[in-house]
Design a protein. Structure first.
Length: 390
């Protein structure tokens, strides 16, 4: 296995509890948020965005308690570009051993029109609010919302202002999931080249999945120099969601040969947290979702089953155990073959002779034509029936 210890470290910033919880219907209770934050901390997430403290009393209390209980992760809260939001945010995160204030403002033409600020007025607002945040806290993240649709000259100008005012992380959000991988990389590269002081801060990538490119865009940004990925468990998030944590982390691990960056995530904790987030948010994970979907490590077709029974790597590029999944990877259905049936029968404790196996196989195929999935109990019943007839 490759020695990754000297590779550049990519920080994982999880925003399941903030951007993820903003998905309509994904609201979590106070206790559920505490539980998810604990799991994120345990799995090695570098920064947990725990909520938006000004949004409600409940959000404030959740961020505060998560901050108090945090062990290793930096605890971050979100604040708009005004003193009231920033003060409230700091009141909540200050209880953490490692607090962070994350403040943002929309910088694209469409977003500038909302507060009706001129470019100069917005620049001044950024200077004042980042300075204020930095006076409260050493760790300040600043985001130009809708960065990917902001004019490059203006983007460079406001990022320079934020860095001079004390921001330590500059996050580049693709707020509406509009960018594409090459553009995502070019943008980060351009900012690193053009903005004075860019080499003194961490650049982050924050992608939404409206065109299904959030993971690809985040990884492209890393290859161009971003060193923090913002993501959520199961890709939970508004509209089509955010970059999925499990996807970027496993992509960096499985394709470390071409993307030589390391994260601090204990990947064996992925499956458990995915299931907990799905359960507490009420958002089911689609069966064919990369990494954590029910079918992601399951094989039904005869050719695939035969292949994985002989050598798991024939049809699997990573081990299920690497994400903490220890369930069986063979699903019995109408596409399954004799080899899979034999292996399944042995697993269930039946050592069938060739003739018996053939008979059970015929009956199994007939059953599989009527049922989508044939369960272990069905197979046991088939064998017992068969033995009864012999
Ligand atoms: O998508 C976005 O622009 C955000 C910001 C608040 C960072 O979530
Ligand atoms: Zn977002």
């Amino acid at each position: 296995m490759t020695d990754t210890s000297k590779q550049d470290r990519v920080l994982i910033f999880d925003t399941t509890l903030r951007d993820g919880e903003q998905s309509p219907g994904a609201t979590m209770t106070h206790d559920e948020k505490l539980e998810i934050a604990e799991l994120l901390d345990e799995m090695g997430v570098d920064i947990i965005e725990a909520g938006f403290p000004i949004a409600s009393e409940g959000d404030f209390n959740a961020v505060k308690e998560i901050a108090e209980r945090s062990k290793n992760s930096v605890i971050c809260g979100l604040a708009r570009a005004n003193f009231k939001d920033i003060d409230r945010c700091y009141e909540a995160v200050k209880h953490a051993a490692k607090p962070r204030i994350h403040t943002f403002i929309g910088t694209s033409p469409l977003h500038r029109a909302i507060p009706n600020l001129t470019m100069d007025e917005m620049a001044e607002r950024i200077h004042e609010t980042v300075t204020h945040a930095r006076n409260l806290c050493d760790n300040v993240q600043w985001s130009p919302m809708d960065a990917t649709r902001t004019e490059h000259d203006y983007l460079c100008r406001v990022i320079e202002i934020a860095i001079k005012a004390g921001a330590t992380t500059i996050n580049i959000p693709d707020t509406v999931g509009y960018t594409a991988p090459r553009e995502s990389a070019d943008l980060i590269r351009m900012l690193l080249e053009r903005v004075p002081g860019a080499d003194e801060v961490v650049f982050a990538t924050h992608c939404h999945n409206d065109l299904g490119m959030a993971t690809a865009n985040a990884l492209a940004a890393v290859e161009a120099g971003a060193r923090q990925i913002e993501c959520t468990i199961n890709g939970l998030g508004e509209r089509a969601g955010n970059t999925a944590l499990e996807e970027v982390v496993m992509a960096l691990r499985v394709r470390n040969d071409i993307m030589p960056y390391r994260t601090g995530i204990d990947t064996t904790k992925i499956m458990n947290i995915s299931r907990r987030v799905s359960s507490v948010s009420g958002f089911a994970v689609q069966f064919n979702k990369a990494i954590v979907g029910k079918n992601a490590f399951l094989h039904e077709s005869g050719i695939h089953q035969d292949g994985v029974l002989k050598n798991i790597e024939t049809f699997e590029i990573m081990k299920a155990a690497d994400i903490g999944l220890h369930e069986k990877n063979i699903a019995m259905g109408k596409h399954s073959g004799r080899a899979a049936l034999r292996s399944k029968m042995q697993e269930l404790g039946f050592d069938l002779g060739e003739n018996q196996l053939n008979d059970v196989f015929v009956r199994f195929k007939a059953l599989a034509d009527r049922k989508k999935e044939v369960y272990d109990d069905d197979l046991v019943a088939l064998v017992q029936d068969q033995v009864g007839q012999d």
